[in-house]
Design a protein around this ligand. Structure first.
Ligand code: PLP
Length: 483
């Protein structure tokens, strides 16, 4: 099993920790970036490709100092590639912007639903971030990846008793979502021997879609307490000796390009904070959730991490100051904007079907099982041939997956050079909600994942094998022996 390779002849793309400014500036001036000569190195969510993307001497794509087609050959396809420099740059952008702009304490928590693994946990922990988890699986990954328990919060609209037990015994903050959480906590928390640290999630009446948002009194959402219930739940918690209500939480949506909704959110949350503190809760934390969008296609123009943090932090500080509130610790929970821009998925191109006067399909060796976003949300992506990224577009094609589903299409009507079977296609911005939402539909094994950095590729997720998919099957004896 190859777990770490340095493909021959590949020099580092960046120096040291992958963020050496001189090396990055140098990479920027290389004739090699196939697009985005104006790459935003400080806010990776504004780029289509990872910040270390460049071309080698023969105009082939490299990321993190590794030639993509070499990675495909060594590790097979489909392959998730994660660029360490992009991931670290995004972590630092959140952390540094919070420290610079917000006058109080702050902490960015990585929303690990976006992509949960030991390696990513270790990396974000080393950058000083915390983490939000929504299940026992994500919690275990966080703990084993080295995230300190005091920097983890547990979310979820239907947490199990076991998940709550795991959290409270390990000193992890629980984000209370509903009355059912409180009933279960009342059973498991008193046994811990100290008050358990809680945050309270409520729906703020701000609903976001990618390019628009609305303010309403009530939201049709399965998450969090309705604003009307806030006071009664706060009063209830004031009478629970096992509970330490130390924060409030709200999250307004994902892939958001507007800043205005977050400005509004600050006011709504500061009102709730004033109420909670007036009822005796310390509520030292205010968690504004995640949601910053990223660039999937050339026309996407999301705000930078720095602008998002400046807006949020200024609005929270102002809203608290106006209400005479001591500044809370400001928490946020970015997922997509931290990890999506670091990801590239490599596929091998296979069959082709040209339907005259209608459409040409080319098929790849993955699809909706490794990236369910196009079939689920009609999401769009950007792709290039790994070894011919500068070749002129010759045809409009639809890139289909290999699953037995007509809607299994990864890219619809995109322009590409005429691609041959066996060529490697690189699809960008796949670091979030791809691996974590992957499935084994059609019993197709999940891809491997590698972390690339300074010309080294480390295996961080082994490729599943077809036999692995049988490991939980049980064949009752009366149905006959396995042949
Ligand atoms: N926090 C909560 C509670 C969420 O539900 C989500 C995702 O929907 C996030 C954080 C992360 O959002 P994003 O990936 O858009 O930053």
């Amino acid at each position: 099993m190859v777990t770490s390779v340095q493909p021959a002849g590949h020099g580092p793309a960046t120096g040291g920790d992958g963020l050496d400014p001189a090396a990055l500036a140098d990479a920027q001036s290389l004739p090699g970036r196939p697009f985005e000569a104006d790459c935003d190195f400080l806010s990776p969510n504004r780029n289509l490709a990872p910040v270390t993307t460049r071309l080698d001497g023969e105009d082939r794509l490299m990321v993190g100092g590794c030639r993509l087609s070499d990675l495909a050959r060594i590790y097979g396809t489909p392959l998730y590639v994660l660029d360490e420099a992009s991931l670290r740059a995004a972590c630092r952008a959140y952390r540094q912007a919070l420290e610079t702009v917000y006058p109080g304490p702050s902490l960015a928590l990585y929303a690990s639903k976006a992509n949960s693994s030991l390696a990513i946990t270790a990396l974000v922990a080393s950058e000083g971030l915390g983490l939000d988890a929504v299940s026992a699986g994500e919690l275990l990954t966080a703990l084993q990846g080295g995230m300190p328990a005091e920097r983890i919060v547990l979310h979820g609209n239907n947490k199990s008793r076991e998940e709550l037990e795991l959290a409270v015994t390990r000193g992890i903050t629980v984000v209370v979502d509903n009355w059912h959480d409180l009933e279960l906590l009342a059973q498991v928390a008193p046994g811990v021997g100290r008050p358990v640290r809680l945050m309270l999630r409520f729906t703020p009446g701000i609903e976001c879609h990618t390019h628009e948002y609305i303010r309403t009194g009530h939201l049709d959402s399965k998450f969090g307490f309705d604003p009307d219930q806030l006071e009664s739940v706060l009063r209830h918690l004031a009478d629970c000796p096992w509970a330490l209500l130390d924060g409030l939480h709200a999250h307004i949506g994902s892939q958001i390009f507007e800043l205005e909704p977050h400005r509004d959110l600050a006011g709504v949350m500061a009102d709730a904070l004033a109420l909670a503190r007036s009822l005796g809760h310390p509520c030292r934390d205010l968690n504004v959730g995640g949601g910053l969008g990223i660039r999937y296609i050339a026309t996407d123009d999301p705000p930078s991490i720095q602008d998002w943090v400046r807006t949020v932090a200024t609005a929270v500080a102002e809203a608290c100051t106006t209400r005479g509130l001591e500044l809370p610790r400001l928490l946020c929970e970015p997922g997509r904007s931290l990890v999506a821009p670091a990801g590239v998925t490599l596929y091998a191109i296979g069959s082709r079907k040209a339907i005259p006067d209608l459409r040409t399909y080319i098929s790849v060796d993955g699809g909706m099982s490794d990236n369910p976003r196009p079939i689920t949300y009609q999401s769009q992506y950007t792709a290039l041939l790994a070894d011919r990224p500068l070749a002129p577009a010759e045809e409009a094609v639809t890139v289909a997956g290999k699953h037995c589903e007509s809607g299994d299409v990864l890219l619809r009507d995109v322009s590409l050079p005429a691609a041959h079977a066996g060529e490697v296609l690189a699809v960008f911005a796949t670091g979030a909600y791809n691996a974590s939402m992957s499935s084994n539909y059609n019993r197709i094994p999940r891809p491997a994942a590698v972390l690339v950095h300074d010309g080294i590729a480390d295996l961080v997720q082994r490729r599943e094998q077809p036999e692995d998919l049988l490991r939980f099957d049980v064949l009752p004896v009366r149905l006959g022996p396995v042949q």
